[in-house]
Design a protein around this ligand. Structure first.
Ligand SMILES: [Zn+2]
Length: 451
C-alpha cells in the first residue's frame, strides 16, 4: 500500500494543525485546527483548503483545543460530509470550544468587516457528525486499515492516534503532556510504530518542577491576600482552569479560615468544568481517590461563578483582596481584558500567566515587558507585577517528549510537527544525541512517502 503524508498546518508553527494521510487512496485528515496568533496568521484561516474537502474519507480529531479543531466547521461548509472521530470527552468539549469561538469570531468579523469564517449551520453539521470512540477501542475504517486512541496526558479527552495498515503503523502524538498531571491520566507509552508524527512545542526546554507548581500558585494567592491586592489569573478554559480550581479546592477546603474570594469569570470555563465533572472516569487515579471523599473537586468555599455580564461587572465592586480567573489564556480577547484595564495600573496587583503564550499574541507581549496597552482608545499603564507559572503546562517538556519517543522500539522515521522552527532544530539535535534517531522537520504541503 502506498502511504503519503502531507501537512497543511502545525508546520514549523504551533497552530493550525492539519495532516492529510493518504493510505492507498483512503484519505484521513488528522485535525483541522485554527491558525492563531497575530493578524497574518489569523487571516490564513480564510484561505482555501489546499485539498478538496469532498475527497476526505474520515477526520480523526486528537483533542478539543481550537488549534486542532477550529477549522472543522469550515471543512463542512466547504463540502466535507464524513465522520469526525474523537474520544467522548473531546466530542463534548469541542462543542463548547467551537460555540465560543464562533461567537468571538462573529463579533470580530463584524468589527473588522470580514465575512465570518463559517456559518452557524456548519457548526450544527459538524456536531451531527462527531463520532465518539473510546480509548483502546480499535475502529476499522476498511478491512485492512484501523485506528485506536491512547491517552495523551494533555487535556481531558486528548488522544494519541495509532493508525494501522496491514504492514505499517503510523502514530500521531497530537499534543502530549506527560506524567503527574493534576487531573488527566498519564500519557501512554507505545512501543511499535514505523512513523511517528510528534509535536515539539517545548522541544527545546524543560519546565520548572511540577512539584512546585501547586505551591507557587498557593504562595501567589497568600501573598496577594497579605498585600490586599487583586490577583488576575489569565487562563485557558480547558484543563488549566480545572487544574487551578482543583489546587485552590485543596487549599481552601483545608484552610477554612482563608476567605479571599475567587471569581471564575469565564462562561466557557464554567461549561468546560461541567464536562470534567460528568467525565470523572477519565481522570487519573489520584483525582478519583479524592472524589471518594470530596464529591466536587472543582468547587470550594468562597468560589463565585460569573456566568453573565452582570455578574462579571459585579466583581469590580467587590473589595480587595480578591482573585479573578478569566480568559482568554493569551489575552487575545475575553473578559480578562476588562479586568486588566482596571487592575493593571496598580503596583500591588499581579497578573499571573499559567501557560504558553504564542508569539504575536497580546499575552506574549505583556509577558515580555510591555509598559502599556490600548483599551478602547485609552492608554492603560501597566504597573502590576507580571509573572507566570510553567509547571501547569499541559505540554510535555523536552525530557517528557524524549521519554515518549524513546519508548518506541524501532521507528523508521520521526517527523516533527507543532513547534517553532528554532525549537525544532534544537529538538532534532537532542533526539539524535539521546535516542540516535535522525528526526525530520515537516514542511508545508510537502508530501512524504511513508514506505
Ligand atoms: Zn492542545
Amino acid at each position: 500500500m502506498n502511504i503519503k503524508l502531507t501537512s497543511y498546518g502545525g508546520v514549523q508553527e504551533v497552530t493550525g494543525s492539519c495532516h492529510l494521510l493518504n493510505l492507498g487512496g483512503l484519505r484521513i485528515l488528522v485535525d483541522c485546527g485554527l491558525f492563531q496568533g497575530g493578524k497574518e496568521n489569523y487571516l490564513k484561516n480564510w484561505d482555501d483548503f489546499p485539498f478538496d474537502p469532498q475527497n476526505i474519507d474520515a477526520v480523526i480529531l486528537t483533542h478539543a483545543h481550537l488549534d486542532h479543531c477550529g477549522r472543522l466547521p469550515l471543512l463542512y461548509q466547504r463540502g466535507y460530509r464524513g465522520p469526525v472521530y474523537c474520544t467522548p470527552p473531546t466530542s463534548e468539549l469541542a462543542k463548547i470550544i467551537l460555540n465560543d469561538a464562533h461567537k468571538i469570531m462573529a463579533e470580530k468579523a463584524q468589527r473588522q468587516k470580514l465575512n465570518p469564517l463559517y456559518k452557524e449551520a456548519s457548526l450544527k453539521k459538524l456536531y451531527q457528525n462527531l463520532k465518539p470512540i473510546n480509548y483502546y477501542q480499535s475502529k476499522q475504517l476498511t478491512p485492512d486499515i484501523s485506528f485506536q486512541f491512547y491517552n495523551a496526558g494533555h487535556i481531558l479527552g486528548a488522544a494519541i492516534v495509532e493508525i494501522k495498515t496491514a504492514s505499517r503503523t503510523i502514530v500521531f502524538s497530537g499534543d502530549i503532556g506527560g506524567q503527574n498531571m493534576p487531573l488527566v491520566k498519564d500519557i501512554d507509552y507505545l512501543k511499535d510504530a514505523d512513523y511517528i508524527i510528534c509535536e515539539s512545542t517545548y522541544g527545546d526546554r524543560r519546565h520548572e518542577g511540577k512539584a512546585e507548581r501547586d505551591q507557587k500558585l498557593i504562595e501567589a494567592v497568600k501573598r496577594n491576600t497579605l498585600k490586599n491586592g487583586v490577583l488576575l489569573i489569565s487562563i485557558f478554559a480547558l484543563e488549566r482552569t480545572q487544574d487551578v480550581l482543583k489546587v485552590l479546592n485543596d487549599y481552601y477546603e483545608s484552610h477554612l479560615d482563608f476567605k479571599t474570594p475567587v471569581y471564575l469569570d469565564s462562561p466557557m470555563a464554567i461549561s468546560a468544568t461541567k464536562v470534567y465533572r460528568q467525565n470523572t472516569a477519565y481522570l487519573n487515579p489520584a483525582a478519583q481517590d479524592q472524589l471518594r471523599i470530596d464529591a466536587d473537586i472543582f468547587s470550594f468555599p468562597h468560589l463565585k461563578l460569573a456566568k453573565n455580564v452582570k455578574q462579571s461587572k459585579l466583581i469590580n465592586q467587590a473589595p480587595s483582596p480578591k482573585i479573578i480567573i478569566a480568559g482568554s489564556g493569551m489575552m487575545e480577547g475575553g473578559r480578562i481584558l476588562h479586568h486588566l484595564a482596571r487592575y493593571a495600573p496598580d503596583a500591588k496587583n499581579k497578573i499571573l500567566f499559567m501557560g504558553y503564550q504564542v508569539p504575536g499574541t497580546f499575552g506574549h507581549r505583556l509577558l515580555n515587558g510591555a509598559f502599556d496597552f490600548d483599551y478602547y482608545g485609552k492608554k492603560v499603564n501597566i504597573k502590576a507585577a507580571i509573572d507566570k507559572i510553567d509547571g501547569f503546562s499541559s505540554h510535555g517538556d523536552q525530557n517528557e517528549l524524549l521519554k515518549w519517543l524513546g519508548s518506541f522500539a524501532k521507528p523508521k522515521q520521526i517527523i516533527l510537527a507543532h513547534g517553532d522552527l528554532e525549537v525544532m532544530k534544537v529538538f532534532v539535535d537532542k533526539i539524535k544525541e539521546k535516542l540516535g534517531h535522525q528526526a525530520l522537520i515537516n514542511r508545508r504541503q510537502e508530501t512524504l512517502e511513508l514506505k
